[in-house]
Design a protein around this ligand. Sequence first.
Ligand code: ZN
Ligand code: ZN
Length: 259
Amino acid sequence: MTCPPITITFLGTGTSSGVPMIGCECEVCTSTDKKDNRLRSSILVQSARTTLVVDTGPDFRYQMLRQKVKHLDAVLFTHPHKDHLAGLDDIRAYNFFTKAPIDIYADSLTEEAVRRDFYYAFTDTKYPGIPELNMHTITLEPFVVGDIPVTPILVWHLKMPVMGFRFGHFTYITDANRIDEAEKDKIRGSEVLVVNALRKQKHISHFTLGEAVDLAGELGVPEAYFTHISHQLGLHAAIEAELPDHIHLAWDGLELSFK
Ligand SMILES: [Zn+2]
Ligand SMILES: [Zn+2]
């Protein structure tokens, strides 16, 4: 199945604390450049028929309001960390308007966390107004959401398996510091790779800026954008100027279109 034309919108490009971080007065957290304000990482993927989000972090409600997303078909989860999961309860607004459950796609690890953290959505006696979720357990088998084909890509976040996703010519990887050789083949041929680049200093579970640049080079993608960025990385404009021409920092609100 071929991917229809899709548009990607970055809803958030920040690490778990967001940028600015509460209480921080560093030059990035106090910057007046809008591109230095980063909500928790998430993207919107839209075709003419289908709208989905990857992850529902703590900023999910505000991201949907800011982007004026009136209709949502599905949520795909990368992994169960709170900065990717915490906002799921606000899916209720879409249940209210469509009077139908929302399709959730998660691997077994994330499904377990969703069922634990949002237990009240899975009890037999449901009180009115709780989120209505239609859980789909995913593996590494490709699947289809509406008219958008999705290829899961297994990446490693220290020891936690995380799902990256390829949609046609676009690949999105948000929390990783290692990718097995066989999975790299699923990324090759993408027109655009999005991958996490936390900061310049080594980190236990995230690619650094240098590691992300190297990965983009190794995979031979024509264009790469970095996300899940910490205030420790530095000012958007300063880091962007250091990067090769085909590699960029993503920012909140950035849109990419694929034919
Ligand atoms: Zn994260
Ligand atoms: Zn994480």
